[in-house]
Design a protein around this ligand. Structure first.
Ligand code: SF4
Length: 154
C-alpha cells in the first residue's frame, strides 16, 4: 500500500487530537473530489514498517494524548489496500488500548465485500459514500456531502 500524508497531530479529521493517515488509491472518481492526486494506487510513497512503528508510537505517546487514528485517502477500503489496512487496524486494536479508529470510504456500508467488512469489524466509526458535489454541505461535521453517513459501530 502507498500513502500520501501522515499527520502525527491532527485536530481536523475526526474528534479530538488524532493521528491521521491518507492512503493512495481510489476508484470512485467523484466529480469535485479535492484529493484527486490520491486516486492512483502507485501515487505517494510506500507504507513502511518504520512508518507503522511511528504511528503506533505516536498513538501511545502520552505527552500529546491522541483520541485515536483516522484513516482516509484515497480510499482505505480500495480492494488493493484492504489487506494492509486490516493488518494495521488489528495492530492498533492490539497495541493502542483505548484509541478509537475512524475510517472514510467512498463505498457505502451496504456495498462492502466480505473482506472490506473485516476491516469494519475492527473500527469504531465508518463514514461512507461518495462525495456528491450537489449535496455538498460545509456545515456537516466529518463529511463533505449529505448523502454520506456516519456509522457509529461501537
Ligand atoms: S471517494 Fe473521496 S478520494 Fe475518492 S474520488 Fe471520492 S471524494 Fe475523492
Amino acid at each position: 500500500m502507498n500513502i500520501h500524508q501522515y499527520y502525527p497531530v491532527d485536530i481536523v479529521n475526526g474528534p479530538g487530537t488524532r493521528c491521521t493517515l491518507f492512503v493512495a488509491g481510489c476508484e470512485h472518481q467523484c466529480p469535485g473530489c479535492y484529493n484527486k492526486s490520491t486516486w492512483r494506487l502507485n501515487s505517494g510513497v510506500p507504507m513502511t514498517l518504520e512508518m507503522e512503528e511511528r504511528l503506533i508510537h505516536d498513538l501511545n505517546d502520552c505527552r500529546i494524548p491522541r483520541q485515536g487514528l483516522s484513516l482516509s485517502g484515497g480510499d482505505p477500503l480500495h480492494p488493493a489496500n484492504v489487506a494492509d489496512v486490516l493488518r494495521l487496524v488489528k495492530r492498533v486494536r492490539r497495541q493502542c488500548h483505548g484509541k478509537d479508529i475512524w475510517l472514510w470510504t467512498g463505498y457505502t456500508l451496504a456495498q462492502l465485500t466480505a473482506q472490506q467488512q473485516q476491516v469494519v469489524a475492527e473500527i469504531d466509526v465508518l463514514i461512507d459514500g461518495k462525495f456528491v458535489a450537489a449535496l455538498r454541505d460545509p456545515m456537516l461535521p466529518w463529511r463533505g456531502s449529505s448523502n454520506q453517513v456516519i456509522h457509529y459501530l461501537r
